[in-house]
Write a protein that binds this ligand. Structure first.
Ligand SMILES: [Zn+2]
Length: 252
């Protein structure tokens, strides 16, 4: 590859994030960046693990496909209800899981798997990644990654960073794990609307390729996401939208 091991410092991260001016520059002209980011970035990727990470908030597609994503589970409060509604409507969704909750509620993950939902990485303990050390960022992603891979036989493909917050270290760890980082383009507003209002709001803001943020656990207001689900699914289908998993959406 173009990257000389150890030569670029943080430049490898820029390259991995798609800044091709780094890759395109003559080797002699490439200097190690003098900005402070390099010290926290760690070494460049070993050649065999060189990856790139895409950061997306929705998919680029003309097809009327959208993806429902549920963050923060699995938890006994609402996860089971969400699974039941999705099953009733034959909708497959993406659950972005908090690793330590998988340990506590593996049965719920088993049900998500049985219904062929996609499982994404939402860190080990719902960390606000920009506030964590590089080693901790890596650990937050790796532990959940390994656990999901052990449960499902395949590694997760996407990271949903808690709060949507990213850092250079988080991007680098995501690249090393081969992830796409997936935000959202439409979300429930539990603070503004009731369940019916949320269903109408989200349905009115869908577009081809939309990624919808919902939660299958949390405080009592999050119950709205579950209660709004039937009306949202019906409204979206009236607009000819089809629900797919995030990975399916990104490859559409
Ligand atoms: Zn979250």
């Amino acid at each position: 590859m173009f990257l000389r091991r150890g030569a670029l410092g943080g430049g490898a991260v820029l390259a991995a994030a798609g800044a091709d001016f780094v890759l395109g520059a003559p080797a002699s002209a490439v200097k190690a960046p003098s900005v402070a980011v390099t010290s926290s970035m760690g070494p460049t990727f070993p050649d065999s693990r060189l990856r790139e990470t895409r950061v997306l908030w929705q998919a680029r597609t003309d097809r009327r496909l959208v993806a429902l994503t549920f963050d923060d589970g699995p938890q006994p409060d609402y996860t089971e209800g969400v699974i039941e509604v999705l099953r009733r409507y034959r909708v497959r969704a993406t659950f972005n899981l908090v690793g330590r909750r998988i340990v506590a509620h593996p049965d719920l993950v088993g049900r998500e798997l049985a219904d062929r939902h996609e499982l994404g990485n939402h860190t080990w303990r719902h960390a606000n990644l920009p506030l964590e050390s590089p080693a901790r960022v890596r650990e937050e992603l790796q532990r959940t990654h390994d656990l999901i891979e052990r449960l499902t036989g395949r590694p997760p493909r996407t990271l949903r960073p808690p709060y949507g917050n990213l850092s250079g270290d988080a991007l680098k760890a995501a690249a090393e794990l081969g992830y796409d980082v997936v935000g959202w383009s439409v979300k429930f507003h539990e603070d503004l609307f009731d369940a019916a209002g949320n269903a109408a709001y989200v349905a009115a803001h869908l577009a081809p390729g939309s990624v919808i943020l919902a939660h299958d656990t949390g405080n009592r207001s999050r119950l709205q996401d579950l209660l709004a689900l039937p009306a949202l699914i019906e409204a979206a289908r009236r607009q000819d939208y089809e629900f797919v998993t995030v990975s399916e959406l990104l490859s559409a």
